[in-house]
Each structure stands twice: as C-alpha cells, then as structure tokens.
Design a binder for this molecule. Sequence first.
Ligand code: OSB
Ligand code: MG
Length: 372
Amino acid sequence: MKVEAITLREIQMPLVHFFETSFGRTYDRRVLLVTLHDNGLEGWGECVAGEAPFYSEEYIDGAWDVIVRYLGPALLGKTLQSGREVPSLLARVREHRMAKGALENAAWDAVALEKRLPLWKLLGGGQREIACGVSIGIQDSHEQLMEKIATELAAGYQRIKLKVKPGWDVDVLEKVRVRWPSILLSCDANSAYTLRDFDHLKRFDRFKLLMIEQPLWNDDIYFHSRLQKVVPTAICLDEAIRSSRDAEAALDLGSCRIINIKVGRIGGFTDAIAVHDVAQRFGVPVWCGGMLEAGIGRSHNVALSTLPNFKLPGDVSASKRYWKEDIIEPEVEVSACGTITVSDKLGRGYELREDLIEELTVRKETLRASSA
Ligand code: OSB
Ligand code: MG
C-alpha cells in the first residue's frame, strides 16, 4: 500500500462500569484511532495510550502530538509491502511505542485486506479458539467484587485476574479462595509494591495463584529477579517488557516465568511477535493483555492471540463487558466456555460501524503527503 493520507480521530466512550487499578480509576475512555489511506483501501489502528500518563508515560494527547509532528510525516508517501517495514521508518523517534503501534497495526490491517488474508494469518497465527480471562478492577467493597467474580464465572471466563494494591490484597484473595477454591486465579499489582514488601508478597503463595503480575516498578527487571528467587508464585511481567531485548534480559535473569504481551506497550505487531518468539525459545508461555480497548484494538488482540505461544487465557474479553455499543460489527463475543472463535474473514475480521464512529468523534485531523 502507499500511505497517501493518515486520519487521526479521538472518540469518547463511557465505560459500562468504572475500572480501577493501583494507579487510579477510569470512567470514560478517550480513544485515539488512526486510519491509513491508499485510494479506497483503509487500514485502521487503535492507540492504547490512556487518558493520563499513569500506566506508562504515554497518554492520548502526547500520542496525537507525536503522530502529527513526527510519526505521521515519516510514513506519509511511503509504499509498504508489509507492516514489518514500519518500525524502521519510525525508529528515529525514541519510545512513544503506543503511538507507533497504532500506525504499524493500521498498516498490517490494510496489508491484510490488500493481500486478501485474515490478519491472524498474516501475523503467522493458527489457533482458531482463543482462551479468555477477565481482569477485574478494585471495587468499592468486597461484596461488590465477589458479585462481579460470580458474574464472570457464570459467563464462562476461564481465569479471573484481580487488581491488587497494599490494603486490597491478602484479605481479598483470602475471601475469593475460600469461596472458589479451585478457579484459575491471578493478581495484577501494576507496580504497587517495593523492596520492603518481599515478605508480604511471599504470603500470596497460599492462594495458589497462576501468577503475580508486575508487583514492582514499571521499569524494573533486576529487582523482579531478586523477588522471583524468594517468591514461589510465578511472576508475570507486563509494564517492564517493552521489547524483545527486555524479554531476553528478563528471562536470562529469571525475573519472571510468564510474560503479558500488549501490542501497544511493545510498539506494534512486529516487535510483539519478536517478544512472543523470545519467550517461546525460553519455554515461557505468554498471554495477551488488554488496555480497555474499543473494537479495533480488541480485534487486533484476537488476531495476535492466535500465535502458538499464547498458551494462557488472555485479558481479551467480550466487548459488552466494557461498552454499551462497540464500534465493530459483530462485537467481540465470548462463548459459554470462555473462548473467542477466530473469524475467517479478511483483515481484522470485524466490520467497522462508521456511523457510530463518526457520532463518537470529538476531534479529527487528516495528514497528507506533500505533493512532490
Ligand atoms: O495492567 O493489564 C493491565 C487496564 C489498563 C491499564 C493496565 C491494565 C489494564 C487491565 C485491563 O488489566 C484488561 C482489559 O482490557 O480487559
Ligand atoms: Mg497488567
């Protein structure tokens, strides 16, 4: 495809229920969508940067700005045979991985249509059923949390992940384990603990968790290796793994025994696949994380999850858990046994509801190749 123009748009979507992590509560999402245009051909990408720089340093307004000023101009006018060509075109800009990932994934989305292939096939995937878990945020009360867990288990989800932080951890996990002794259960701290908490984290062992996700600093690999040496529960890294080099360092050091792959955090499909491959080489399973995505990001996560080393249930769940109406048709749906069936359709496999997208749009800007 030739990148003749790039459209950025911000859509605003209220969450069905607020989502709270150790770094804060979100009620409404502001989602940046990008479109690459080549005549009639369009590729769409979703930037997973949050509203504020609390999960990582990226946030929607920063992503918008860096795309308009630097990343967009670096792609405009270029002819691409593959999404794999995008990272090197954007490499001059340091970091800004979520912004880069949105553009790169839009290129893959377009190339899949151009080549008349399902995106999952183009990515090298093959699993036709994706195992789904859910991530359940911190609630106002234990009762509310227990009710949510019961609802998600009844819906069929295969793994429950609880957000934890100091003060919302051992008591909560204890209660959940007493009521559901044998469910697949994990927790995610989003960097809420420090070196002083090693003994505290050791106490999580009795809850037989599948993993403890990112207990220490967002940018740390070394101290997680010290922690993993003394904590029997498997540690999973999320925030700290931004590249295949990070994955290799973490696995060499023994910092984790599981990796959460988020394509936005790593900066696009090419490098997400590279992380997947490193983990596979080490015999370490990966799973697909989520960033409260709308339908485009969600469908891209489904496609990525078809790669062979996605061996644990991901945080890729049904659209309706987050949105009254998603921007894709059909919405992402999860079966009663907690799986998503992967579509055979071309591209991302889900049509866009362009009227709804237009209705939700609060700003829009189109960048064009300067006619030379
Ligand atoms: O750490 O996995 C995380 C949402 C926002 C920021 C960070 C995280 C999350 C989630 C949501 O856990 C998972 C989902 O999209 O369902
Ligand atoms: Mg996480």
